[in-house]
Structure formats: structure tokens, C-alpha cells
Design a protein around this ligand. Structure first.
Ligand SMILES: [Zn+2]
Ligand SMILES: [Zn+2]
Length: 335
């Protein structure tokens, strides 16, 4: 099969993914073999490719927002029938036995596997995954519009839940890429007002189009005190600015898997019972709940399509803030 392979982490500007022929994967017991139709591009791919996350598998096929069809069932994989349209996300598998898994916090599992990082991902024609960690994709969502929901969407949803929002709440977003452009639609659906802070003026325009009450630069003070804020951008220097915008008792949620160092700041920014919480991965329940809500709203994603051979170009565009919405790699031509 054709696949985009990363051998050694390097800056994306050097186009480190090589589009080559590799052996087709074979489903083991409990796994399904999925023919990839599309795979969404996520900032975490950049962290994997550029080595900000320690290398787990080499070579590795990145990509963890896969939409495709089940084509073969491994022994005992009963959950889907052949031809089912499914999604494969970042959380590839957990051990199911550690104290976090037993506590229902499988997103914090001590021995997890991650798609496109510790096992091969979706920038390829075929992929295998445990059936129990695969999501049915609701009807009515086109492949390329469903793909960005699988990481950007699910993680954004978990961030929104952690922010504990009530109707009428004032919520800040820092960074307005793939995750935020989905999360704002859920927030609006819940009757929450969104204030978007982002360095790129095109992203400010997109935020306004999607119903943000206000959009401004990253460190501009929003016109109202915020009940909660979510930082999607991987920049630690935003933390003090976001704390400054929060009311007493407000919550600051950090949505990224990687962030540059947070500069020191005075205790007064945190005092007043403000809280900071990171979000790490997601549980399958988050994914199932979110996909249900996404179909109910329904969420519209803005996508920019790239062919598999141009995955490097898609990732360069993401790094340069040149994507309005989400980038999606189209692996299989549309019928
Ligand atoms: Zn575990
Ligand atoms: Zn992701």
C-alpha cells in the first residue's frame, strides 16, 4: 500500500514524510482492517513529526483522524460488519487493567497506545485498529467533514466539559484552528458566548463568522470577564494572558498535548480561586457522546483537502496558520 512514513523526526519545512510503498497491515485478533478514505491533519502530528513528543516507533505512519470502511475482521472482532463506515482516533488502545482504566479514566491509562504515534496511523491506504476502540460514524456526515471531529472535535468537547459551562456563560478561546472551529459550534448550541483570541486575522474572521461575540489578538483583553477559557494554541506564554481575562473562580483549560514553557507570573493572577487544568487524550465515552451531539447540532467543519502525496504540504500549511478550519488528507478518491 501507499503510506507516508516518518523515519527520523525533523522540522516539517524539510518535508520529512516519505510517500512510499509498504506492506499492507493484517488484522490480529480483535482488530478490524479499515480501508482509509480520509485522514484529518492535527497539530499533534506536527509534535510527533518534529520530535516535540519523544519517538515511540520508527519508522511510523502518522495520522489519527481516520474515516474509512471495515474490510476485514480479525478473529473475534464482532462489533462491526464488513462495509461499516468507522472512525479511528488518537486513543488506539488501553491496557484495561491499570488503576486509571479501572477507575474509568482510560484517557490517563499507564500503558496506552496512540494511533499514528506508538502504532501506525492513517496517512496510508489501510490501517488496523482494535474494534473496541473504533467509532461508528453517524450518517449524514461526509467523510471529509467527519475526520476533523475525531481528534480536534473530541478533545475540544472534553475541554468544553472540563470548563463546566452554564447557558449564558462567557468562554474564551485562545487559538482558533481545527479544534476551536468545532468547539465554538458546540458552545453556541449550549447557549455559551465565545470570545476568540488568536494571532491570525483570518482566524479572527472565521471566529466571527461562526458566531463569536468578539475576536481579537492573542493578548488583547476581551471586553468582558470570562467564566472560563480554553487554550488550544501550544504557546505557554498565553497562560498568564488568559488568567488575566478570567473572573474569580474561573477555569482555564489547556487543550494541547504539548505546550512551550509557561513563563512565571504573579500569584495574584491565579488567586481568587482561579483554576488551571490540562486535558489529556479522551475516553471512548467522550468520543461517543461527542459524535452523537455533532450529528444532532449538526456540526459543519470547514476543510481543506490534500492528496496523500501532499501530506507534508498540508502539515506545513497547518504550521503556518494557513488553514481556515481543518486540513484533511484524501486517501481514496471519491466515488
Ligand atoms: Zn490502563
Ligand atoms: Zn490530534
Amino acid at each position: 500500500m501507499k503510506a507516508c512514513l516518518l523515519r527520523t523526526p525533523a522540522k516539517i519545512e524539510s518535508n520529512p514524510l516519505q510517500c512510499v510503498e509498504v506492506a499492507d497491515p493484517i488484522p490480529s485478533a480483535g482488530q478490524v482492517l479499515v480501508r482509509v478514505r480520509v485522514c484529518g491533519v492535527c497539530r499533534t502530528d506536527l509534535h510527533v513529526i518534529e520530535g516535540e513528543l519523544p519517538q515511540k516507533l520508527s519508522p511510523v505512519i502518522p495520522g489519527h483522524q481516520v474515516v474509512g470502511t471495515v474490510e476485514e475482521l480479525g478473529r473475534g472482532a464482532m462489533r462491526f460488519s464488513k462495509g461499516a463506515r468507522v472512525g479511528i482516533a488518537w486513543l488506539h488502545q488501553t491496557d484495561g487493567t491499570c488503576e486509571y482504566c479501572r477507575r474509568g479514566e482510560e484517557n490517563l491509562c499507564d500503558a496506552p497506545l496512540f494511533t499514528g504515534y506508538s502504532v501506525n496511523g492513517g496517512y496510508a491506504e489501510w490501517i488496523v485498529a482494535p474494534a473496541e476502540f473504533v467509532y461508528p460514524i453517524p450518517e449524514g456526515l461526509a467523510d471529509e467533514h467527519a475526520a476533523p471531529l475525531l481528534c480536534a472535535g473530541i478533545i475540544g468537547y472534553r475541554c468544553l466539559r472540563m470548563a463546566q459551562l452554564e447557558r449564558g456563560a462567557k468562554l474564551g478561546f485562545y487559538g482558533f484552528g481545527a479544534a476551536a472551529h468545532v468547539a465554538i459550534q458546540v458552545a453556541r448550541y449550549w447557549g455559551v458566548d465565545v470570545y476568540a483570541s488568536t494571532r491570525d486575522s483570518r482566524h479572527q474572521v472565521l471566529a466571527k463568522e461562526l458566531g463569536a461575540k468578539w475576536a481579537g489578538g492573542t493578548t488583547d483583553a476581551p471586553p468582558e470577564e470570562l467564566d472560563a477559557a480554553i487554550i488550544f494554541a501550544p504557546a505557554g506564554e498565553i497562560v498568564p494572558a488568559a488568567l488575566r481575562a478570567l473572573r474569580k473562580g474561573g477555569r482555564l483549560i489547556l487543550g494541547g498535548i504539548h505546550m512551550s514553557d509557561i513563563p512565571s507570573f504573579g500569584y495574584d493572577l491565579l488567586y481568587g480561586e482561579r483554576m488551571i487544568r490540562s486535558v489529556a487524550n479522551n475516553t471512548r465515552q467522550d468520543g461517543e457522546e461527542f459524535l452523537k451531539i455533532a450529528a444532532e447540532i449538526p456540526i459543519h467543519t470547514r476543510v481543506q483537502l490534500y492528496p496523500l502525496a501532499e501530506t507534508n504540504r498540508a502539515l506545513n500549511a497547518l504550521k503556518n496558520d494557513a488553514i481556515a478550519g481543518a486540513a484533511v488528507v484524501q486517501v481514496q478518491a471519491k466515488n
